[in-house]
Structures are given as structure tokens and as C-alpha cells.
Design a protein around this ligand. Structure first.
Ligand SMILES: Cc1ncc(C[n+]2csc(CCOP(=O)(O)OP(=O)(O)O)c2C)c(N)n1
Ligand code: SF4
Ligand SMILES: [Mg+2]
Length: 341
């Protein structure tokens, strides 16, 4: 009997990557699995996806998924400029960037903040383990202050909060999740892939080889015990809205994205409005103060124009225009030269 297929006739196996060399139990493996499932469930064609990354175990992760899609592995911390260039060349593709806390918040912080404010249509997912995993366990910009490693001594500085930085840089979709909460992570990834601007998902993704100590925020144990979901989240694509599950009246808030798909947020303990920047900053500040892992959709504005809405571009992807249409005619060049005399 053939395996089950999605609406475009593809099997889950069609979304697989090359053989995986990450450590067993690494949080990044869970992220890879949920990205593949999200793409399968959203009926995305692998050949119409581009994967981008920088350097690190997290940046190696895109190799282990979606091998039929395009892939660019950039310099350490330089994924954003690479991705933006490729997106300008062809706006018709779905863009998935995967980075690490070192790649994004240490060496790459400058590029990260600028890609957030430019708002290109891209999932920017961070496998945040609070350490440089690939180079065998140095402090990153997200390591908590006071953490001690045998060879490194004690971390002296307060950590960078990736969601806070994304929010301050005007990212239009900011979320936090945990590699040990696959259901929530998959729903967030699906919503992010349908959002028209940048979707930053900071995923606490433990490094089992160098930094999985129960008392630290980036460990499985701590994250499991201190996770506070802001809501129960469900992504409903446009063509599945008839199947929306019933929540009791008054407990649900719907956020409509540009393609009319819906993010359904079921209230848990507290009222939370993810369209309020003020509330987003407050919830992150409180989580930091109480050393808790707040997860879910922290902020979204579905209406901020994306990078490409800000330019007067032709409909056709630039990489398919050909020389004849890209080069100005001789007369135009002569005219410009004349103006400069
Ligand atoms: C310009 C440059 N500086 C330093 C390095 C060495 N280096 C490789 S990966 C890495 C850190 C990766 O950490 P992170 O992004 O957190 O990924 P992880 O391995 O933890 O998933 C560093 C410092 C490099 N490759 N290039
Ligand atoms: S070293 Fe750490 S981050 Fe790298 S693959 Fe192993 S567990 Fe994952
Ligand atoms: Mg890391």
C-alpha cells in the first residue's frame, strides 16, 4: 500500500533531507522534524522552497531536511544579507532561514536587526541552545550570566534576548517555543510560513553535549518545568476553515493573516493580546525577571508591508528577465551620459 500523501500528492519522505550528523537528542533535530511536517501539511513543493543558514550545528540543520529544495550556507552571522539577495532574485519561492544563538545574537546581531526591520517574507528560526555547540561549548550571547563551564570559567555578562531584539527592531512576527513542545512549534512554523513578512521564532533547543544542565534555562529539564504557554495555538489554512475546532465562546482570539488563513489563540490562564507591542515587551520583561520560559506567539502585525511591497518591482522574478530586458538600451545610456556633461 502506498504511503499517505498530502493534497499535492507528496509523501512525508519527499520532505526528507540528507543523512543527519547532529548528536542524538539535540534539540535542533526536533526543529528539523517540525519544519518538514509543517511543509508537508501546508502542501508546499520542496522545489519551491529555499533554505538559508550561517555556521553552527543549527546552521548545518537545513542540510538534514527538504533536500529537493534550494540551499545556501553562508558565512557565520551573514545569513540575512545572503537571503535578502536571493529573495530579490526570485520572490516566488518560500524562504526558510535557520540560525543559532551564536550565529544570530553574537557575530550576527547587526545583520539580524536589519533583516527584522526590512521585513522580507521569511521564516527566521533560531535553534537557541545558549552555547556555541559546533566549536565544542563556548559562551554565546544568550548564555545566562553566572554559568560556569570547566574550560571557560564563569559567564560574566547578562544575556541577549532574541525575541526582545526582534521586537525592538520592528520584526512583524515574533514567537518563542521549545524543542520539547513539538505541537506548539509546528503550529507556529505553519503560521510563520504564511505570514507576509519576517517571522522570527526563537526556539529553546538544548545542546545535549555541552549545555544541558538542569538548573539552566536552555536545558530540557528546566524548560519543561518552567514553560508557560501564553495560549493554545492552532494554525488554520484558508482551505481548512470548515474544520475549525470549537472552543467555548469568549476564550478564543483569531488573528487573520494576509492570505486569509487564521491563527487561533485559545486563552489559557491570562488574557494576552499578541498584536500589542507594549504587552509583548511586558511579557518578555516579566519572564526574564521570574526566570520563566514564556512560549507562543508573542507579537504579530499581519499588515506591515514586506520588503517587496516597498519597491516598484516587475511581477516577473528578476532572475528570469534575461539580458535583453535587464540592460537599458544604448539611447538611454547616451541620454544619462549627456545629462552628466
Ligand atoms: C567568522 C567566524 N568566526 C568564528 C567561527 C567559528 N564558529 C563556528 S560555529 C560557531 C558558533 C556557532 O554557535 P551557534 O550559532 O550558537 O550554533 P550551534 O552550534 O550552537 O547550533 C563559531 C564561533 C567561524 N566559523 N567563522
Ligand atoms: S554539539 Fe550540541 S548543538 Fe551540536 S549537534 Fe551536538 S547536541 Fe546539537
Ligand atoms: Mg548555539
Amino acid at each position: 500500500m502506498p504511503d499517505e500523501t498530502n493534497d499535492i500528492g507528496l509523501e512525508r519522505a519527499d520532505y526528507q533531507g540528507s543523512p543527519n550528523t547532529l548528536c542524538k537528542g539535540c534539540g535542533h533535530n526536533a526543529i528539523i522534524g517540525q519544519i518538514m511536517s509543517a511543509c508537508y501539511e501546508l502542501n508546499l513543493r520542496p522545489e519551491e522552497i529555499v533554505r538559508y543558514s550561517g555556521i553552527g550545528c543549527s546552521s548545518k540543520a537545513p542540510t538534514y531536511m527538504l533536500k529537493r529544495s534550494f540551499g545556501f550556507n553562508g558565512l557565520h552571522g551573514r545569513m540575512p544579507s545572503l537571503a535578502l539577495g536571493a529573495m530579490f532574485a526570485d520572490r516566488t519561492l518560500t524562504n526558510i532561514g535557520m540560525s543559532g544563538d551564536g550565529d544570530t545574537a553574537s557575530i550576527g546581531i547587526g545583520q539580524f536587526k536589519h533583516i527584522c526591520r526590512r521585513n522580507p517574507p521569511m521564516l527566521y528560526i533560531v535553534g537557541n541552545n545558549g552555547v556555541y555547540g559546533l566549536t565544542k561549548g563556548q559562551f554565546s550571547a544568550t548564555t545566562e550570566a553566572g554559568v560556569s563551564f570547566k574550560r571557560q570559567g564563569t559567564s560574566r555578562y547578562l544575556p541577549v534576548d532574541i525575541c526582545m531584539e526582534a521586537l525592538a527592531s520592528n520584526a512583524s512576527f515574533v514567537a518563542r517555543s521549545f524543542a520539547g513542545d513539538p505541537k506548539q512549534l509546528r503550529q507556529l512554523i505553519k503560521a510563520a510560513l504564511r505570514h507576509q513578512g519576517i517571522s522570527v521564532i526563537d526556539v529553546i533547543s538544548p545542546c545535549v553535549s555541552f549545555y544541558n544542565f538542569a538548573k539552566n534555562l536552555h536545558s530540557y529539564e528546566y524548560a519543561r518545568e518552567h514553560e508557560i504557554p501564553l495560549h493554545e495555538l492552532e494554525f488554520v489554512p484558508t482551505d481548512h476553515q470548515i474544520m475549525i475546532k470549537d472552543f467555548e465562546a469568549g476564550t478564543v482570539r483569531n488573528v487573520k493573516l494576509h492570505d486569509d488563513s487564521i491563527i487561533r489563540l485559545k486563552k489559557l490562564d491570562k488574557e494576552y493580546d499578541p498584536t500589542s507591542r507594549w504587552q509583548a515587551f511586558k511579557v518578555l520583561e516579566e519572564a526574564e525577571e521570574h526566570h520563566q520560559l514564556v512560549t507562543g506567539l508573542i507579537y504579530v502585525d499581519p499588515d506591515i508591508p514586506s520588503t517587496f511591497d516597498r519597491y516598484d518591482l516587475v511581477e516577473e522574478p528578476l532572475n528570469r528577465l534575461g539580458n535583453g530586458r535587464l540592460r537599458p538600451p544604448r539611447e538611454s545610456i547616451d541620454q544619462i551620459n549627456q545629462m552628466m556633461l
